[in-house]
Design a protein around this ligand. Structure first.
Ligand SMILES: [Zn+2]
Length: 186
């Protein structure tokens, strides 16, 4: 960890009008710095490390879909959490990813300062890059604390973003099948 981080949190505590030396706040700068570093641990990892060779030969060329991957991220505009689910699908062309790897790819990009649109695209492009898939689809649905806790205070608004690559972009039927499987098609 950057050893200046606790010091900066101390200044934030002072900045909001609190006394960083009162008993309940004494250890807060160190704890908050540690928490923030955890929430941003995606910067310490690369796609290669996450996948770590867990690519397996397969003659399956049907859609592989991983639904409801829990997602915790921080919006880069307010440093407040956004929380939701990612749905990821791809159409293999000879290689499939190990089961847990899609979730780990989601986590690697989510654990950074993000906007939801870029996060969605980064996940799609990463899956495309490692699998050389015929198509990749990613949908993210998330609630943003910066919407819920401040400003407009829209408590129940869910933001939905999607990125469709390859076959998911070119074929209505493929896209439709995916959206149906994640329950987003009417
Ligand atoms: Zn925000």
């Amino acid at each position: 960890m950057n050893d200046q981080l606790p010091h900066h949190y101390r200044e934030i505590i002072r900045g909001v009008g609190e006394d960083p030396d009162r008993e309940g706040l004494l250890d807060t700068p160190a704890r908050a710095a540690k928490a923030m570093q955890y929430l941003c641990h995606g910067y310490q990892t690369s796609l290669e490390e996450v996948v770590n060779g867990a690519l397996f030969a397969s003659d399956n060329d049907e859609m592989v879909i991983v639904k409801d991957v829990e997602l915790y991220s921080l919006c880069e505009h307010h440093l407040l959490p956004f929380i939701g689910k990612a749905h990821v699908a791809y159409i293999p062309t000879g290689k499939v990813l190990g089961l847990s790897k899609v979730a780990r790819i989601v986590d690697m990009y989510a654990r950074r300062l993000q906007i939801q649109e870029n996060l969605t695209r980064q996940i799609a492009e990463a899956v495309q890059q490692v699998t050389n898939a015929a198509g990749v689809a990613v949908v993210i649905e998330a609630k943003h604390m910066c919407m819920m806790m401040r400003g407009v205070e829209k408590q129940n608004s869910v933001m939905s973003t999607s990125v469709m690559l390859g076959a998911f972009r070119d074929s209505y039927n493929t896209r439709h099948e995916f959206l149906q499987l994640i329950g987003r098609s009417h």
